[in-house]
Design a protein around this ligand. Structure first.
Ligand code: NAI
Ligand code: 3PY
Length: 313
């Protein structure tokens, strides 16, 4: 049997995607967004490769031939998994490919925010240094990273990789997870004791808006929130308010609720010295993208061989 594989958002992955080792027809589209386009392009396919294309129930119901959705990412929140299950469609994801790239991005954001590197660099460009009466000036507070406490919400693959790096930098870690493991603390302790909190949980109905006004009130006024997981985990309006009012000290975000933010986004559009937003690139080192692409095709080959891997329930 010849399988039909369709990659719907090929340009979202800057890596070599090898040809699977079984008889197949392969079609790729650089990007696909509308439900009609998705259905039209997948109607004869049994295997869909997607990164962030929304695979909602109304779309899946029109795809009776589809057997596998191989997601080119760890997060599978774009797929309606209940509907996929109801139709017998297997969903697979990529695991532990970002063990260097995401932790390095998180540590970079922590240093940038704790040491106010971006606002100081911007102040030099504005000419503030030229006008200074002293050899330096203290417009933005600077805090050491060493000796600070890092709360880690979601102590899975990425939470643990970041924890190891944080400890090597002299930070104390407070890991929290719903999956029981040694050394965990409760969510309340993370909120009240941390100088920095970094989020690494999947976006699910349980984790949506895990951080909002109530949580920001409990955090230290100097605390920094890092989110490289998913935009929907944080109430963005409440975050902006907490940053403006000084309820918390800063935020470093790689993800927002709607990506790309075609109609604007209150975090991307805000001009605050204590907020850094990057365009969902924490995963995107050259090395990590190639590991991901190789694992994506491993998942497809394993599925066709009758031994599906990285199946998401
Ligand atoms: N910005 C980026 O480029 C990237 C973002 N991600 C995001 O990071 C997330 C985490 O990735 P990994 O660490 O590899 O996943 P993982 O599956 O290894 O770890 C997730 C952890 O979250 C825990 N968890 C689930 N629900 C929870 C809850 N309600 N409260 C506390 N803990 C909970 C799980 O028990 C698990 O230990 C992904 O789901 C994805 O959304 C992943 C890679 C790159
Ligand atoms: O792997 C993930 O979940 C990412 O967000 C990268 O696209």
């Amino acid at each position: 049997m010849t399988h039909k594989i369709v990659f719907l958002d090929r340009e979202s992955l800057d890596a070599n995607v090898r040809a699977p080792s079984f008889p197949h027809e392969y079609v790729e589209h650089q990007s696909t967004w509308t439900p009609d386009e998705i259905v039209e392009r997948l109607k004869d396919a049994d295997i869909a490769l997607i990164n962030k294309v929304p695979m909602r129930a109304d779309v899946l119901k029109q795809l009776p031939k589809l057997k596998l959705i191989a997601v080119a990412a760890t997060g599978t929140d774009v797929v309606d998994k209940a509907q996929a299950k109801a139709q017998g469609i297997v969903v697979s994801n990529i695991r532990n490919y970002a063990f260097n790239t995401v932790p390095e991005h998180v540590i970079g954001l922590i240093f940038a925010l704790r040491r106010a590197i971006v606002p100081y660099a911007n102040s030099v460009k504005r000419g503030d240094w030229n006008k200074s009466q002293q050899f330096c000036y203290f417009d933005y507070p600077i805090y050491d990273v060493a000796g600070s406490t890092l709360g880690i919400v979601g102590y899975g693959a990425l939470g643990k990789s970041i924890g190891k790096r944080a400890e090597a930098l002299g930070m104390k870690i407070l890991p929290y997870d719903v999956f029981p493991q040694d050394g965990l603390v409760d969510f309340e302790t993370v909120l009240t004791q941390s100088d920095i909190i970094t989020i690494h949980v999947p976006l699910t109905p349980d984790t949506k808006n895990l951080f909002g006004a109530e949580q920001f009130k409990k955090m230290k006024n100097s605390a920094i929130l890092i989110n490289t997981a998913r935009g929907g985990l944080v109430d963005e309006a409440a975050l902006l308010e907490a940053l403006k009012s000084g309820e918390i000290g800063g935020a470093g975000f790689d993800v927002v609720a709607q990506e790309p933010p075609k109609d604007g986004n209150i975090l991307c559009d805000a001009d605050l010295p204590n907020l850094i937003v990057t365009p969902h690139v924490a995963w995107a080192s050259k090395q990590a993208m190639q590991i991901l692409a190789d694992q994506l095709i491993d998942n497809v080959e394993n599925f066709v061989a009758g031994k599906p891997s990285n199946v998401v329930e």
